[in-house]
Ligand binder design. Structure first.
Ligand code: HEM
Length: 465
């Protein structure tokens, strides 16, 4: 830190040195925690080429190559088969997994629902939901130890439920959360059979357990969509939320048609899975980092004390809050790896690759790369303060990806996370419970190896930075 307090370096899994893993150890490590695949050389070299269980593979960790794959030659790349196999049971027809014309049409229809102007309309409702959660902790009565990951999952789920479905999930919300956790814990892993290309009918280790949760989601969301469609067609007043907007959205540039009910349902599931879990993980890790760096927390509390969501310039009043979130997502990117399959031959950073090759862009590697970041493993939020932000290369920092398939919900997520941090830190002092830290594990998102327990204490005095 600039003021002389010690810099915090959060715990990370060991990095391998020596020879690349052979097939069976590679499969075992990928299944347990893909973060452990990465070796020292991935963090030192701009790109690493080789052959793995996935076939020909290039790991690209330099901004020119990343820009080439995600933007300049994006048409030559599609999402890998592996991602479809892992997430397909839930999200096959949603924006995250579709390709080609189907994706282009859906993106055109959905983009207007996530503009900054539309997103900002949800700010006050987001703040209300955050305040209700903090009130529920009753911190004035006593300090308490909270499982922060579980609380943040509940919070971001409640925010989606309030802003997207006007709370029509009602009592179902907890069932949704449980099913989602079951899906992430069981099915959302890289299964050795998928890597080996085994046919779909071959039973996968965790997939069977997660099919039940996938079915639960599908049934509930289909019912929700049908009920809202019925209300709209019957001429009843429907809530002004994302579900109504989804059902009314039209492809103005082409045929004027909208999304089918199946596409609407798949996209709702996509928003729940892509939006709630990722934002919750970012918030959990941010609170973990703040608990270890009280001087930074004091700066955020000073911003929180004057935070007022009804003021039009409220985002500009939270520069440290934004910087902490951005630095958190650098160190703990909620989506740690993106895989692409080359449709045609290509050349990246002087390396020729053939059609069918896998190209990996890993925010986990890129954002801790020694050629791109000073003190890459240290928590230094000042990198993202407005006066320093211009020094961060757009293609070295990718928590939301970049190019045509950039996260559609990025502005929504940043807004929600900034509000949540401000509301929590206005009320609470956040402290570690033990010296021991959980480490990150990659289970689609970057989760903590064990429950992220933190002590929340009511703040008695406004913070002095
Ligand atoms: C901190 C929170 C979030 C993070 C870190 C995040 C990250 C990402 C990343 C890295 C991608 C690109 C994946 C790839 O290309 O393989 C993506 C895509 C996507 N995200 Fe997010 N996301 C977040 C929040 C949200 C929210 C709140 C929503 C919706 C409400 C959302 C919806 C989507 C969708 C639909 C896509 C697919 C876009 C497309 O392919 O056209 N995300 N997200």
């Amino acid at each position: 830190m600039a003021d002389g307090s010690p810099t915090f370096r959060p715990r990370i899994p060991p990095r391998r040195t020596g020879r690349p893993l052979s097939l069976l150890p590679f499969l075992w490590v990928s299944w347990r925690d893909p973060l452990r695949i990465w070796a020292e050389r991935h963090f030192n070299e701009p790109q690493v080429y080789g052959h793995s269980a996935f076939g020909e593979m290039l790991v690209v960790s330099h901004p020119t190559g990343v820009r080439h794959v995600l933007t300049e030659n994006a048409a030559n790349y599609e999402k890998g088969e592996l991602q479809r196999r892992v997430l397909g049971p839930m999200l096959a027809e949603g924006l995250l997994l579709t390709e080609g014309d189907q994706w282009r049409r859906a993106r055109r229809i959905l983009a207007p629902l996530f503009t900054p102007a539309r997103t900002v309309k949800s700010a006050a409702r987001m703040a209300e939901v955050c305040e209700a959660r903090v009130t529920g902790w009753s911190l004035a009565a006593r300090a308490r130890v909270v499982d922060v990951d579980s609380e943040m999952s509940g919070l971001t789920f409640d925010i989606l439920s309030a802003t997207m479905f006007s709370d029509e999930l009602g009592g179902e919300a907890r069932g949704f959360e449980r099913a989602l956790n079951q899906f992430l814990a069981n099915g959302a892993r890289i299964d050795p059979l998928d890597v080996l290309g085994a046919p779909d009918w071959a039973p996968r280790l965790g997939r069977l357990a997660s099919l039940r949760s996938a079915r639960f989601f599908e049934q509930r969301v289909t019912a929700l969509v049908a009920a809202r469609r019925h209300r709209i067609e019957a001429g009843e007043t429907a809530p002004d939320d994302l579900l109504t907007a989804l059902l009314n959205a039209r492809d103005e540039a082409e045929d004027g048609a909208g999304l089918s009910d199946e596409e609407v349902a798949a996209n709702i599931l996509t928003f729940i899975l892509a939006g709630h879990e990722t934002t919750a993980r970012a918030l959990g890790w941010a609170l973990h980092l703040l608990s270890r760096q009280p001087d930074v927390m004091a700066r955020l509390q000073a911003e929180a004390d004057v935070f007022d969501v009804s003021r039009p310039d409220w985002t500009a009043s939270l520069p440290w809050t934004r910087a902490v979130l951005e630095e958190t997502m650098r160190l703990f990117p909620p989506a740690p790896t993106m895989a692409r399959r080359a449709l045609g031959d290509d050349e990246i950073g002087g390396q020729k690759i053939r059609a069918g090759a896998t190209v990996i862009i890993s925010p986990w590697v890129l954002q801790r790369h020694r050629l791109l970041w000073e003190e890459p493993d240290a928590f230094r939020p000042e990198r993202f303060l407005p006066e320093n932000r211009k020094d961060v290369d757009r293609y070295a920092y990718l928590p939301f990806s970049a190019g045509p398939r950039v996260c559609i919900g990025a502005a929504f997520a940043m807004q929600e996370a900034m509000i949540a941090l401000a509301v929590i830190l206005k009320a609470a002092q956040v402290e570690p419970v033990t010296r021991d830290e959980p480490r990150p594990v990659h289970q689609i998102t970057l989760r903590a190896s064990r429950p992220l327990l933190l002590r929340l204490r009511a703040r008695s005095e406004p913070a002095v930075p």
